[in-house]
Design a protein around this ligand. Structure first.
Ligand SMILES: O=P(O)(O)OC[C@H]1O[C@H](OP(=O)(O)OP(=O)(O)O)[C@H](O)[C@@H]1O
Ligand code: HPA
Length: 184
């Protein structure tokens, strides 16, 4: 068997379910209500942080019943590994950001460097306001460089996968939040 698929199978099998899909969906409902209250009259541009933010964004958008635009940004710090390094900008939004109210949506705020860099970029481009939404906020017990305006669930300090979060590029599609028993 392909050794990577074998590793993925073991990680999946040994993982611990921390938050069920039902719990995450309920958190998405609450987040969407809070976002709606704040941004419904502001014609926002939603920026999906690819890849991890695809599921969070895709699940939030149909819950937001007001006019908005969608674009994406791909800034990656982990690049299919399990520890962060420098941010690599793989692509930037093509929609002009100047004068817009932006909502950046990502799966997880871990150390916070990725979201902070994206917010800075949006400000440099002349956005009139930048809001951030993280479906998960990892409880690191330290002060982070950025605090999201909208958070779904606070999650324990483990390496996680599911709902967009990957283990070595796999398992983003897992229907819940799972903690890896150990990083192989
Ligand atoms: O708060 P931080 O410590 O900066 O980590 C959070 C970022 O890490 C993950 O992205 P990753 O770099 O793995 O790229 P991906 O979205 O393609 O998985 C995740 O989707 C966030 O964007
Ligand atoms: O715990 C994590 N899992 C997957 N991707 C991540 N990116 C930052 N932290 C994590």
């Amino acid at each position: 068997m392909n050794p990577m698929l074998e590793e993925i199978g073991i990680v999946k099998q040994q993982a611990l379910l921390l938050h069920s899909a039902e719990e995450v969906e309920a958190a998405l409902n609450k987040m969407a209500a809070a976002i709606t209250e704040k941004l419904q009259d502001s014609n926002p541009l939603v920026l999906c942080v690819i890849n991890g933010g695809i599921i969070a964004t895709g699940k939030l958008l149909p819950r937001l019943d007001f006019p908005l635009n969608l674009d994406s940004v791909h800034a990656s710090r982990y690049r299919n590994t399990t520890s962060g390094s420098d941010i690599h900008w793989l692509f930037k939004p093509t929609t002009p950001l100047a004068g817009r109210i932006i909502l950046v949506v990502d799966d997880i705020l871990d150390e916070g460097h990725t979201l902070q860099a994206i917010v800075e970029y949006c400000r440099e481009q002349g956005a009139s306001a930048v809001y951030t939404a993280a479906l998960f906020d990892k409880d690191l017990q330290v002060t982070k460089p950025i605090e999201p305006d909208f958070i779904g669930l606070t999650v324990a300090n483990h390496y996680l996968f599911g709902y967009g979060m990957d283990y070595k590029g796999y398992l983003r599609n897992a229907p819940g939040v799972f903690a890896c028993k150990e990083v192989l």
